[in-house]
Design a protein around this ligand. Structure first.
Ligand code: ADQ
Length: 478
């Protein structure tokens, strides 16, 4: 559908918002709903955390509306002003699928796939970032705080400074910031760093990312000082580790509902009431370690014939970035391994791996978390990984085992999980076997500890901490 067919009612009047908040993200938190013929809010942790703040402060969200072409005026959804930034088909191809997902994504995830470097991708990245900066400059009032999100918009803070804005500016990176040896490959490393250094506060998921950023800034720009307070020109940039979280209370509430429990029981029975259910839930991405995880399960079935017919693995993979070549490669690889395992070991009504290549409704997702005895979150590198936190929040009876990669940001925080090196398939198979055999009382104390952390540090605390820091009033201790 073209943007011209959509309705953009309720244009925003921006007169006296004073002391407001402008959130800038690649995507607006809304989608066009064909059935109702209007824009609706897309569910998500960031949106639910920021909505109350944006509503009470007459805040604004600047982002791409999700359809190529056209430039609708600002409109309002659920009390939040949406300011669209238009992108053409070619920009989506070169800026988003190209530079963002072909260059930055693999580079920032430890270069686990080849990092493609193309000048014809870099230029659109600069142009799109400039367009975002221009829209923000035209939107923000001098007393507004501006909060820029993620790797698609790293140049925006610096561009806003070049345009003369003196607003408080924050930046949050949702993905890892790589070590200097990897980041240093980027021909445009200085431009990216100077873009980020335009912010007053830069937030990272992990301490490791913060340290990496400090080293890179000192190595490739004129920045000096400790990673936590860098001096750059006349300005001081504060960096901090603020792990993102989930709306924990909502998960607890939904997971406690009788309907969720019944759905989990039904799911278990549909699978033939296996003794153990092992679960993986990911966007289909080569960073998530889905193939290694499947190989570990295959190794376990080979090593432990006693488990055949008694355990089932469910792997849910949400289609993602299907136009990017590496994603097609990893999908085929995963499907090949699933076929191999089921072909070799399945039979007599027992299917070892249940693989879904689709998204799940939230109630379905929670039923899967409730049904799973062992949750495998084994990315090769991940900024945080919210699936790990969602599983923990859903386990309200304190049962279940979270097997967590040491390379997920969540591992810095969720120390009570069973931590693994996802590249070590044999170790992963052993851990999986031990988790299936584990003593329930041991699991309970570990899960209780994890739940306490996830319930205490939720996405609302994350958002208020970030905003307090940006506005220079924060002294909360994580
Ligand atoms: P992602 O790489 O997308 O996010 P993640 O943190 O796991 O990874 O978040 C995925 C979200 O999608 C979760 O809320 C999950 O419930 C949902 N999801 C996953 N599989 C699903 C399925 N099959 N059906 C329905 N929903 C599904 C990026 C970074 C992460 C960082 C987040 C937030 O890569 O490291 O944690 O941003 O900062």
């Amino acid at each position: 559908m073209g943007a011209t067919e959509m309705s953009f009612e309720g244009n925003v009047t921006r007169s006296t918002r004073g002391g407001g908040l402008v959130v800038v993200a690649n995507r607006l938190p809304v989608r066009w709903d064909d059935d109702s013929g209007q824009w609706v809010t897309s569910p998500g942790g960031l949106v639910s955390a920021l909505s109350p703040v944006l509503q009470s402060r007459r805040g604004v969200w600047v982002g791409w509306p999700g359809v190529a072409g056209g430039s609708p005026d600002a409109f309002e959804v659920d009390g939040i002003s949406q300011v669209p930034v238009p992108l053409t088909e070619s920009e989506i191809d070169l800026f988003y699928e190209g530079f963002c997902n072909g260059t930055v994504w693999p580079l920032y995830h430890d270069a686990i796939r080849p990092v493609e470097l193309h000048r014809h991708w870099w230029r659109p990245y600069v142009e799109v970032n400039r367009r975002f900066a221009e829209v923000v400059a035209a939107t923000a009032e001098p007393s507004d705080s501006i909060w820029v999100q993620d790797y698609q918009l790293q140049l925006v803070p610096g561009m806003l400074r070049s345009m003369g804005l003196s607003n408080r500016i924050g930046f949050f990176l949702h993905i890892p910031f790589p070590p200097v040896e990897i980041f240093g490959r980027l021909p445009w490393r200085e431009e990216i760093l100077e873009g980020l250094l335009g912010a007053d506060v830069v937030g990272f998921q992990t301490h490791r990312s913060l340290v990496n950023f400090g080293r890179c800034a000192r190595s490739f720009t004129a920045a000096t000082g400790p990673a936590e307070t860098l001096s750059f020109g006349t300005r001081t940039i504060t960096t901090e580790t603020v792990p993102i979280s989930i709306d924990s209370a909502k998960y607890v509430e939904e997971a406690s509902a009788a309907v969720a429990r019944a759905a989990a029981t039904e799911l278990r029975s549909e699978l033939g009431n296996p003794e153990s259910i092992i679960l993986g839930v990911d966007r289909l991405d080569y960073t998530k370690g889905i193939d290694q995880r499947l190989r570990a399960f295959e190794t376990l079935l080979a090593d432990r014939p006693d488990l055949r017919g008694r355990v089932v693995m469910i792997q849910v993979a949400v289609p993602s970035r299907q136009n990017v070549g590496e994603y097609q490669v990893i999908r085929e690889e995963i499907e090949r391994i699933v076929g191999r395992i089921n072909g070799a070991y399945g039979g007599s009504g027992w299917v070892p791996v249940h693989y879904y290549y689709r998204s799940l409704e939230r109630t379905e997702l929670i039923a899967h978390y409730l049904a799973a005895d062992v949750m495998l979150v084994t990315p090769l590198r991940d900024g945080m990984n919210l699936v790990a936190k969602e599983y923990v929040a859903a386990r309200t009876d304190d049962t279940g085992t979270l097997v967590l990669s040491e390379f997920a940001g969540a591992a810095e925080e969720l120390k009570g999980a069973t931590i693994v090196n996802p590249y070590d398939v044999d170790e992963l198979a052993d851990v999986l076997g031990a988790s299936i055999d584990a003593d329930a009382s041991e699991q309970r104390s570990a899960m209780r500890m994890l739940r306490r952390r996830v319930e205490r540090w939720d996405v609302h605390r994350w958002a208020s901490h970030c905003l307090e820091s940006i506005e220079g009033v924060g002294d909360a201790v994580l």
